[in-house]
Design a protein around this ligand. Sequence first.
Ligand code: HEM
Ligand code: HEM
Length: 181
Amino acid sequence: MKSSNSQFHPLARLLHWLIAAMVISMLFIGVGMVASVSERHEWLIHLHKPLGIAILVLMVIRVAFRLTHRPPPLPEDLPSLQRRAAHFSHWLLYALLLTMPIVGWAMLSAGGYPVMLSESVRLPSIVPANEVAFAYLRAAHTYLAYLLFMTFIAHMSAALSHRFIRRDNVLASMTGRSPDA
Ligand code: HEM
Ligand code: HEM
């Protein structure tokens, strides 16, 4: 594993902010898709599927990169409970970002729906069609989205409290600004 300095590698920072923007968009697109029972917003669904699969592809690259590149250390004076909370929430975010798209893909497969990324690109089914599996996966997609949203809010709050309350270098390590700027 390569050693690190006080900042995340530029590729890790690029992937972090790109995926963050995509995930926040996906949460709003998902809610927009199911917000109305009378009107179907087909264009949102056409956007949701390829964007979700793109997140999965980028996450595979990100995890491979993360396993070979050590992140910058957290501040030495950070209490051990906060240190453990940071590691746990990062681990949870990685797990959710890999699981959410796979559950979405599996859910459509179980429902017997074609998983179309565009008019001509169709992904293979990853589970056999089964009504009961569809019902579980559909519910799982919703509950995992709630968990992802709550974890994201906690994560963003922690990042801002590092910047404005503790005034340490944690946010700068991910934005690429020089420390204490
Ligand atoms: C990080 C990735 C993803 C996130 C954050 C996400 C988020 C969401 C959210 C918030 C909803 C609304 C949930 C509800 O209230 O029931 C939703 C619904 C849905 N998602 Fe995803 N999703 C992701 C990936 C995917 C993928 C990859 C697919 C399919 C290939 C997919 C297919 C669907 C479908 C079909 C619905 C339900 C639409 C409906 O009932 O009309 N999602 N998603
Ligand atoms: C849905 C959106 C987001 C997701 C999924 C996400 C995900 C992650 C993950 C998985 C890590 C761990 C990186 C690693 O150790 O390899 C991380 C680190 C970090 N994120 Fe986010 N993030 C999001 C949004 C944000 C936002 C909005 C901010 C700032 C306001 C932020 C600030 C940071 C910082 C400062 C770190 C470095 C923490 C450290 O050094 O331990 N993130 N993020």
